[in-house]
Design a protein around this ligand. Structure first.
Ligand code: AMP
Ligand code: ZN
Length: 497
C-alpha cells in the first residue's frame, strides 16, 4: 500500500500517515460561515482537501473514508445580514430570514464548489442541528472545572489546559501580549473564550441552563467532530488563518471534554490565497467570488487547475496569466482526448489508472504541482491511459473537459463532407454551424481551384477574413479544418461577405 506523507502542523514535521482505522479513515475540515457567496480564497481549502479526500479514497478504498465538512449557520454575520434584509423591507420573522439566508448560501456554495469538481463530503453537518451536543459538551466542561458560567455567558478557562498554544506554538502570555483577545469585565482571564453567549430578543437563541443563548463558533466544530467522528480521528484541516485561535480552542475544548481521546492526529493547514500579488480585499477592488469568475466564463476546471499549481503549504497568487496558462493546457488535453486516435477499439478508458509515480507525487504531502507536471508529460508522450487515470485522481472529469474545451471543428475533406460536434456545449447555435460549413466548403473549393490556376489570392483573402474573426484555419492536403478559438465572434461570421 502507498504510504501517504503529510506535514502535520501539530509537530511541524512531515510524517507518515497512519490511520487509526484503515477501514474508516476520518477527516474533519472547517467549512464556511454561510452568509455570503464563497470568495476565491474560500475555494482553496475546498480544492486542497478534496484532493486529499480523493487520494485517501484511492489508497484506502472509496467506502473507507469519512469526510466531514460543516456549515457554520450560527454566526453574528448571518444575523446581521438577516437584520439588514428585514430593515430593507424583507418579509418574515428574523428567524425566517436567517433560515432563508443560510439555505440560499448553502445552495450557492454547493453549486460553486461542484463547478470546481469538488466531491461533496460524506457528511455536511449544520451547526444548528447539533445545539444539544454543544450544550452537553459545555455542561461537561463546567462540571470538570474547565469552564464557568457568568452573566448568561459560559467561558472556557484557558489556563486550565496546560497544552494551550501548542498547535500554533504560542505561550498564553505571548498571546495576551499580542492582545488579540477580547477583554470583558466578567472574564476571569482575558484569554478565556466564549462557549455560550446570551441572545437578545431579536437574535436567534436556544433554551439552555444559562438562559436563552447561542453557542460560540469554536464549540460548534468540537461538538460536530465528536458526534460524527468520535473522540479521536485522523485529520483535521482548514486554512492557516484558523490555526489560532479557532483550532487552538477546538483542541482545548475537545481535549478537556474527552480526556481519553486525543482529537485529531494530523493537523493540515492550507496557506492563503492572494490576487495579483495583493491580499484580496473589498477596498482594493480585487475581491471576487468563485461565481464572479464562473460568470466571466472562466471554467471551473481552470480555477481548479490554477489552485493546484501551487503547493497547499505555500502562499499562492491568483493571476490572470496563470488562468490563461491553465486554460491553454486544458484545451490541449481536451483536443488530444477528443481526437480520433482515441477511439481505437483496444483503448478502453474505463480501465485507466493513475501511474504509480503520479500517486507517489500526491502521496508526498500532496505535491500537486509535480502531479500537474506529470500530467503534461503524459500529454506530450500521448499516453492516454496514464493521462486519463491521472486527471481523474486529480478531480478532472475527462468527459467534462472535452465538452468544455474541445473545439468545434469543421472539416471539409476531399469528398467535401462537413462534420461538426459539440456545438451546443460551446454555445454555438445551428446557424453558426451552417455558416461555418458554408465558409469551410467555400475555402476548400477556392483552394482546390487555386491548386490548378496557381492563383491563391481568393483563397488567401477568405482565410485571412476567417482568422480575423477568431477562427483558426488549418489547411492540409487532406482538406480544410476550421476551429473557432477563444476570441471567435459569431456575429462577425454572420456579417462575412
Ligand atoms: P470562513 O468562511 O471565512 O470561515 O472561511 C472558510 C474557509 O476558507 C476556511 O478554511 C478559511 O481558512 C479559508 N480561507 C478564507 N480566506 C482564505 C484565503 N484568502 N486563502 C485561503 N483560504 C482562505
Ligand atoms: Zn472549525
Amino acid at each position: 500500500m502507498v504510504t501517504i506523507r503529510l506535514t502535520n502542523s501539530k509537530t511541524r514535521r512531515k510524517e507518515d500517515f497512519v490511520p487509526i482505522d484503515p477501514a474508516n479513515v476520518r477527516m474533519y475540515v472547517c467549512g464556511p460561515t454561510v452568509y455570503d457567496r464563497a470568495h476565491l480564497g474560500n475555494a482553496r481549502p475546498v480544492v486542497v482537501f478534496d484532493t486529499l479526500y480523493r487520494l485517501l479514497r484511492h489508497v484506502y478504498g472509496p467506502d473507507h473514508v469519512t469526510y466531514v465538512r460543516n456549515f457554520t449557520d450560527v454566526d453574528d454575520k448571518i444575523n446581521a445580514e438577516a437584520l439588514r434584509r428585514q430593515k430593507a423591507g424583507a418579509k418574515g420573522t428574523l428567524e425566517d430570514l436567517i433560515r432563508e439566508r443560510t439555505e440560499e448560501t448553502i445552495a450557492w456554495y454547493h453549486a460553486d464548489m461542484d463547478a470546481l469538481g469538488a466531491r461533496r463530503p460524506t457528511v455536511e453537518p449544520r451547526a444548528t442541528e447539533f445545539i444539544a451536543q454543544m450544550i452537553a459538551m459545555t455542561e461537561g466542561l463546567i462540571a470538570s472545572g474547565h469552564a464557568y458560567a457568568v452573566e448568561g455567558h459560559v467561558l472556557f478557562r484557558v489556563r486550565s489546559y496546560k497544552d494551550y498554544g501548542k498547535l500554533s506554538g504560542r505561550s498564553v502570555d505571548d498571546m495576551i501580549a499580542g492582545a488579540r483577545v477580547e477583554v470583558a469585565p466578567f472574564k476571569e482571564d482575558p484569554m478565556d473564550f466564549v462557549l455560550w453567549k446570551p441572545s437578545s430578543g431579536e437574535e436567534p437563541g436556544w433554551v439552555s441552563p444559562w438562559g436563552k443563548g447561542r453557542p460560540g463558533w469554536h464549540i460548534e466544530c468540537s461538538a460536530m467532530a465528536h458526534e460524527l467522528l468520535g473522540e479521536s480521528f485522523d485529520i483535521h484541516g482548514g486554512g492557516l488563518d484558523l490555526q489560532f485561535p479557532h483550532h487552538e480552542n477546538e483542541i482545548a475544548q475537545s481535549a478537556c471534554a474527552h480526556p481519553h481521546g486525543d482529537f485529531a492526529h494530523y493537523w493540515l493547514h492550507n496557506e492563503m490565497l492572494q490576487v495579483e500579488g495583493k491580499k484580496m480585499s473589498k477596498s482594493l477592488g480585487n475581491f471576487f467570488t468563485v461565481r464572479d469568475l464562473l460568470d466571466q466564463g472562466v471554467p471551473g476546471e481552470v480555477i481548479r487547475f490554477v489552485l493546484l499549481m501551487t503547493h497547499y503549504r505555500s502562499p499562492m497568487d491568483w493571476t490572470a496569466e496563470k488562468a490563461r496558462q491553465a486554460e491553454a493546457t486544458l484545451r490541449k488535453i481536451a483536443e488530444f482526448l477528443g481526437s480520433d486516435p482515441l477511439t481505437k477499439p483496444w483503448v478502453d478508458l474505463r480501465y485507466a489508472k493513475p501511474p504509480q509515480e503520479f500517486v507517489d507525487a500526491l502521496a508526498n504531502d500532496l505535491n500537486t504541482s509535480l502531479a500537474l507536471t506529470l500530467v503534461s508529460k503524459y500529454l506530450k508522450n500521448m499516453e492516454e491511459m496514464n493521462l486519463v487515470g491521472a486527471l481523474r485522481l486529480l478531480g478532472f472529469y475527462t468527459d467534462a473537459l472535452t465538452e468544455t474545451f474541445a473545439p468545434f471543428r469543421f472539416h471539409a475533406g476531399d469528398n467535401g463532407v462537413a462534420s461538426g460536434h459539440r456545438m451546443a456545449t460551446l454555445g454555438l447555435d445551428a446557424r453558426t454551424g451552417d455558416l461555418l460549413a458554408k465558409w469551410g466548403n467555400s475555402l476548400f473549393e477556392k483552394r482546390q481551384r487555386a491548386m490548378q490556376t496557381k492563383d491563391f489570392a481568393a483563397a488567401d483573402a477568405l482565410k485571412s477574413a476567417l482568422i480575423a474573426i477568431g477562427i483558426e484555419v488549418r489547411m492540409s492536403k487532406a482538406g480544410v479544418e476550421l476551429v473557432p478559438g477563444p476570441d471567435f465572434d459569431p456575429a462577425k461570421l454572420e456579417a462575412l461577405q
